[in-house]
Structure formats: C-alpha cells, structure tokens
Ligand binder design. Sequence first.
Ligand SMILES: O=C(O)[C@H](O)[C@@H](O)[C@H](O)[C@H](O)COP(=O)(O)O
Length: 238
Amino acid sequence: MNEPEIRISDSPEALATDVAEHLLVALADAQAARRLPHVALTGGTIAETIHETVARLAGSSQVDWRKVAFWWGDERFVAPDSDDRNDRAARIGMLDRLDVDPALVHPVPSTEDAGSVAEAATIYGDLLRASGAGEFEVVMLGVGPDGHVASLFPGRPEIDVEDAIAVPVTDSPKPPPERVSLTLPALNHTRATWFVVSGEGKAEAVATALSGGDVPAARPHGTQETIWFLDEAAASQL
Ligand SMILES: O=C(O)[C@H](O)[C@@H](O)[C@H](O)[C@H](O)COP(=O)(O)O
C-alpha cells in the first residue's frame, strides 16, 4: 500500500486552494489519458470551501466539465431540498457554476426517491455497479472528530461490510440519523484517496489515523496515491 502524503497548509482557505488545484490537474490528466474521471465528493464544511474554490479556479484549467462524473461517498437520507443534503451543497457551491453534464451527476436517492434508507443504499450501489465506472479517479473524504469518514463511524458495523457497495446507516452519531455510505471496499476502489481536514477539533483523529489507530479514517487508501490535505490546526498533533 502506498505511503500517505501529508500536505499542510497554513489556513483552511489555503488547504481548499491546494485541494482545488490538485483536483483540476487530476481531472485534466485523466482526460488527457482518455479516461472519464469519476469523482466521489464528500460532505462537510471544508468540502464546501473546496467546492467554491474549484468553481473559482476552474476557468484557468483545461478540464472539460461535460466529461466528469460526480458521485458522493455518503449522503444524508433526507428530502432533496434539505440543507442537510451533501449534493445540494455541492451543486450550490460548485456544480451549478460549472458546465457539467447532468447525466453524469449521480446523487444518492433522497426520501422522495426511495421508500427507506436501505432501499436508497441498494439503488445507489446498483447504480454505481451498472455505471461501469471502474476505479474512481479521486475519492475525497472529510474526517470527523471521532475519526469517521463518509458515514462509516467508529464502533459501528458498517465499517466492516465488504459484500456491498453502499450501506444504510441509521441512528448515526452525527445528525441527521439516516444516511447512505459507500463501504470501505467501494471507497478504496479509487486511484486517489484525498482526506480533507481542517481545524483543531480533528487533530487527534488525524494523529490517530496516521499512526494506524483503530479509527475508520485509518482504513481508506488509493491504488495510486493517498494524500492528507491538512491545515496547521488539524496537523497540530502530528
Ligand atoms: O455527510 C457527512 O457528514 C460527511 O460526509 C462527513 O463524513 C464529514 O465529511 C465529516 O463529518 C467532516 O465534516 P466537517 O468538515 O463539517 O467537520
């Protein structure tokens, strides 16, 4: 397994710029290599800053946004117009500001698309399998203060599920309670895994994960690269 690269920026904004610049290069490189890049986005606050930065810097890149596919590593099982939806935040901050192909934007089913969170997970797993996406180009992952990634929480059974692409999560320790998460094998089916982590509140989780501790954030890795994008506060216990 490749050793993780650690990139420390002096502020959340600088972290977001570093991630955005890396994403623009990764997408352009994939397209130059005649791949259709599939990106798995994450929820969370630093992700919103990253989305806005990508949209702001996109004009300076060679990326053909009509040929990028977007997925979510996890999503909250709520109404589609809920402020809790990760895809809603990504659309407002980034996707609606880029010339993306709506047919290549794959939101997780909401409460209006599925009768239960379990059905939503099954639908999403089937969609990803049927897409023939192969490896993701990039999987982005925020990290919780408890070391969770996506909606895979410490001490919960979902982190060990290996026979499904997506799983339902109920009574999530982070509200809202019902979520769909890609499983660890699905998250690891990627060329690049990028952790995007900001703030003092994550410093212990980052140090635990990077020392191989027993937290979900210690588990994801890419086949080609694994990068931890941190600001100084999140890196303060390294
Ligand atoms: O749906 C979610 O809640 C996210 O995918 C979750 O995994 C998030 O990335 C982390 O909890 C970090 O969130 P913050 O950046 O807001 O701390």
